[in-house]
Design a protein. Sequence first.
Length: 291
Amino acid sequence: MNARLLHASQCFLGEGPCWHPRRNSIFWVDIENRRLYEYNWPHGAYMRHWTFPQRVTLVVIDKDDRLILGMEGGVMRFDPDTGDSHWLLDLEKEYEKHRCNDGGVDREGRLWVGTLHRDFTPGVASLYCIGKDLVPQQRIADVTISNGIAWSHDDTRLYYIDSPRRCIESYLYDTTTGQIEFEKVAVQVPDGIGDPDGMTIDEEGMLWVAHWGSFSVHRWDPRNGQLLDTINVPAPNVSSCIFAGESLDHLVITTARQDLTPQQLKKYPHSGDVFVTELPVKGTPARQCSL
């Protein structure tokens, strides 16, 4: 299965795709260039971007259809209609070179967001859960590059990626409290197919994972760790993916130019662009954040 070009965004570090059904748009970010993009689905009738003072890393939808953004140093609310923004809370702002990275929203509307050190210092970052009180609660410590997160359909498990560990971890999940307990390694990624990065879940409970350095997105079965399918992408550093479209039957894929030599960029000129492929399986609707 092959992905096709959706938009030639040429992001240095494209990440965080988000499907916004009311706006009929895809949002994503270019972290290092501090940009947020909006692309009208499916043909780009309009395309625009915003630039921020801080690095922007994560996009989710709030209960009023505005955006909650993970930033360098905290979390922000942003209204794409007016351009107005409101800083909600600080997160590891006191630590030099720390920033937010990937995250998601649970059934109760809580925001889960992980962090990293920009030099990828091992074990200094965390995964946090943030409720309406806007107080970050650390859920996983000793993290290096906090990346993909997803919940099983019955909300009994949380799946999580700390990329250098090269696995997808399964945690028992308490919907009421937001507490988690490590269960097992659900998927151990073998050598030769890159590091697991961003992740989403389909209607059958299977995990679609972008693999950095692999030219691909892989579909994994978290019940037994088996590899089920592969999407080929014409860029080495594949960073994240999300289901999009009215029927949630298209997978939108972000990529990056980061870590590539001039020779590699010449060989793979679509690095940093956004891709899409139609799938026989559908995704699950995005949850709205209650912050």
